[in-house]
Design a protein around this ligand. Structure first.
Ligand code: ASP
Length: 733
């Protein structure tokens, strides 16, 4: 009965006829998919048919010889690749950006000047930066899921699973002497153990100036064609026996058994390519109802708030180089998402993904009603619909709170004050002051202040709080309303009052507070803590309980929906959604003309960089040295013949290219390989509409963008003058 109602609803909602039933949704095709390396053997025939020219077990194996040993998780959200026997690695410029920011100052402005170590003693330690190798992955579903029924209560299921995970991880760590983590796949229908090694001494080797690394800035971000040299170079250092170790000047370069050979010959359109890396998050198998939450709530709220935020930050950064250096890394993170979500919405709309999902759901429901073996599937979609509908209001408010209220650094810093308050309360009750804790908080605060400009944040306060208060009147804490009244309704005055009275904007007052005698009163009177506390109380009472129930229900429903989808199309190869674990995607070099017909090639060239030069502009100013090298056509071995020679020029250097590999955030910095497994580029982006591939892969629109390895090498050698690095690499043609 429920199912019949659901059918009718679908027909009304979509207006689709049965002709559309069966449209694909989240299934694999030759290019779609990010595959688990140990499962590649099952795809051997397809890989070969698409172009792979070497045995699949060289891509991944657990005896140390597979190419998996040349790929690293770089930091906590990017990929890198080893390119020499001495632990030299490449990743993106934007992946190294945060580490370089921590090493930069007005005197050492690496964003303006770039950085090139001229020998290994000049390589710069990057505290906190790590890289992780994946040595082995094993399916442990049987050992995690035995005796657990599909429909067991989610909380019971979770607690059984987490106990088993803990035990099994311990066992694996003990027997392998490696790190072991067990992760869910296919929405919790499978579990895999990942055995890894994390190196903690990673040093900066090369970093082109922003005029190369982020050439094109936000205007070009997520766009094709592209002209930025989005790369940076680091080196892994190891302690005794090549083992991971904390930084020590005596550590030695990591000895790599596997590293990528660099191909200098290039590729042509149609050539087979692979991207090996750590895609962060995709949701290919969600229902139309969850998709609607992204399309109607998450993405639009994020875009609205970040548009306002970026305006404030950018004005302050343009007016003061010091603010620029403090905010450049934070700003890139904010604007990266901001622009991506706009492209995602555009892509979803252009490709009619919602209608495709609904059509698929119609088909799914028909199958579920007739399938005796999956009784739980009958009303799954109706349940998902009900559960999402109930959460929408709280979801929207919480999004505004997280983006707009916590988006003000003064307020988010209230969380640190709150930790201090809890500790001071204990001290006042008789506990001794915990110096380790105090030192840790001091360190965090110092890190925060290094990149903080209170006047900029004050402007942001006056810009973001009105957005929240006007969009979410039902969720405004009384304390906020009172403060605004006390400031005669002026957000600017409220901001001024708050900043004037808070330790967040007064480093000397902060120093006094942390050194003092457990002064709880000062914290409780601080506007940063008061605002943080007021909004936290609203979240705890009004949004978090609803969202936690929602997430728990969805965890279970999404798992069942995934299981049922796999059962329905039992013959198809399903790849699990991305979860920042190692995957291989494969496809072909393939051009695209996003808003065509502009006649874009699948590749860009150095001549186009120079043609785009806008001296003095933040985004498009080409470094002088690059222009000089260009004028002399000093391309060295990286030159290729121009397709149509012009202005007396016969050669050029390729800069970037597009292919149809299925990638996601986290694949930034991934090696892009040819049919022989040689490095031809570094993945760094996707085309704008194509970013919808995190939700739905459309072959016609989705492309990954990579920087050509020959441009990278040209910049290192000719622009950076770091010829010595090339000597440790292996090149083939
Ligand atoms: N530009 C992306 C990143 O920052 C890569 C992508 O999403 O395609 O991870």
């Amino acid at each position: 009965m429920a199912a019949k109602r659901f059918f009718r609803h679908l027909l009304i909602k979509t207006g689709l006829s049965l002709v559309f039933v069966g449209a694909s949704c989240g299934f694999s095709s030759a290019k779609e998919g990010m595959w688990l390396p140990p499962n590649l053997l099952q795809r051997a025939a397809d890989l070969k048919a698409e172009g792979l020219e070497f045995p699949v077990d060289m891509l991944y194996n657990s005896d140390g010889t597979g190419l998996n040993n040349a790929v690293v998780l770089f930091g906590r959200g990017c990929t890198g690749e080893v390119i020499s026997p001495n632990g030299l690695i490449l990743t993106n410029h934007h992946c190294g950006y945060g580490s370089v920011q921590r090493l930069s100052s007005l005197e050492n402005d690496y964003f303006a000047k770039g950085f090139w170590a001229m020998n290994s003693s000049q390589e710069l330690p990057c505290p906190g930066l790590t890289v992780t190798f994946i040595r082995k992955m094993e399916n442990v579903s049987d050992r995690i899921l035995y005796g657990i029924s599909d429909t067991m209560a989610q909380a019971t299921r979770d607690s059984i699973i987490s106990i088993r995970i803990e035990g099994l991880e311990k066992g694996y760590k003990f027997t392998s002497k490696l790190d072991a983590t067990i992760e869910p796949y296919y929405n919790g229908n499978q579990y895999w153990v990942i055995l890894s090694e994390t190196y903690r001494d990673v040093r900066l080797v090369g970093f082109p100036p922003n005029g190369i690394g982020v050439f094109g800035g936000d205007t070009d971000n997520w766009m094709w064609p592209r002209h930025n040299g989005d790369f940076s170079m680091f080196r892994i250092y190891a302690g005794k026996n090549n083992q991971p170790a904390d930084y020590n000047k005596d550590n030695q370069p990591y000895k790599a058994k596997r590293y990528f050979t660099i191909n200098t010959k290039g590729y042509k359109e149609g050539d087979f390519t692979m991207v090996y890396g750590f895609p962060g998050r995709t949701q290919e198998y969600i229902s139309s109802y969850s998709l609607q939450q992204i399309e109607k709530i998450n993405d639009p709220v994020n875009i609205e708030v970040r548009t306002a935020k970026l305006k404030v930050w950018e004005a302050a950064m343009a007016a003061d180089r010091d603010v620029f250096i403090k905010y450049t890394s934070k700003r890139s993170g904010v604007s990266n998402g901001w622009k991506k979500w706009q492209g995602e919405l555009r892509g979803l709309e252009l490709a009619g993904v919602n209608a495709r999902k609904l059509a698929y759901e119609y088909d799914f429901q028909a199958w579920a009603n007739g399938d005796e073996t999956t009784p739980y599937a009958d009303n799954l979609l109706a349940q998902i619909q009900a559960v999402t509908a109930k959460s929408n209001d709280a979801l929207r408010a919480d999004r505004y709170i997280r983006e707009a209220v916590y988006g003000v650094e003064l307020i988010s810093q209230g969380a640190v004050l709150d930790k201090l308050l809890q500790h001071f309360r204990e001290v006042r009750k008789g506990a001794t002051k915990d110096n380790t804790f105090i030192e840790k908080i001091k360190g965090q605060w110092a890190g925060f202040l290094k990149n903080y400009d209170a006047p900029t944040d004050e402007k942001l306060f006056a810009t973001l709080l009105p957005i929240f208060m006007e969009q979410c009147p039902k969720y405004v804490p009384d304390w906020f309303a009172q403060n605004l009244r006390a400031a005669n309704g002026s957000y600017a005055r409220w901001a001024k009052n708050s900043f004037a009275a808070s330790v967040v904007a007064h480093p000397a007052a902060w120093d006094k507070l942390i050194a003092g005698n457990a002064d709880t009163v000062t914290i409780k009177n601080d506007p940063a803590w008061q605002l943080f506390n007021a909004i936290r109380n609203v979240r705890e009472a009004r949004t978090i309980p609803i969202l936690s129930t929602f997430e728990e229900r969805m965890e279970s429903l999404d798992r069942l929906y995934m299981a049922a989808q796999m059962k329905k199309d039992i013959g198809k190869a399903f790849y699990p959604d991305a979860n920042l674990t190692l995957r291989l995607a494969y496809g072909h070099v393939k051009g695209i003309d996003p808003d065509g017909p502009a006649g874009y090639s699948f590749q860009t060239y150095i001549d186009e960089i120079v043609a785009k030069d806008q001296p003095g502009s933040e985004e498009f100013s080409v470094p002088q040295k690059l222009k000089e090298l260009y004028a002399k056509q000093d391309y060295g071995r990286w030159a290729i013949p121009m397709k149509s020679p012009e202005n007396g020029r016969k050669t050029t250097v390729p800069v970037a290219f597009v292919a149809d590999n299925h990638t996601s955030g986290g694949n930034s910095g991934s090696p892009v390989l040819n049919a022989k497994g040689e490095l031809i580029g570094i993945n760094f982006d996707r085309v704008w509409d194509g970013t919808m591939s995190d939700l739905y892969f459309d072959e016609a629109r989705c492309r990954n963008i990579s920087v050509d390895i020959r441009y990278v090498m040209w910049v290192v050698q000719k622009f950076g003058g770091a010829d010595w690095l090339l000597k440790e690499m292996k090149f083939v043609r």
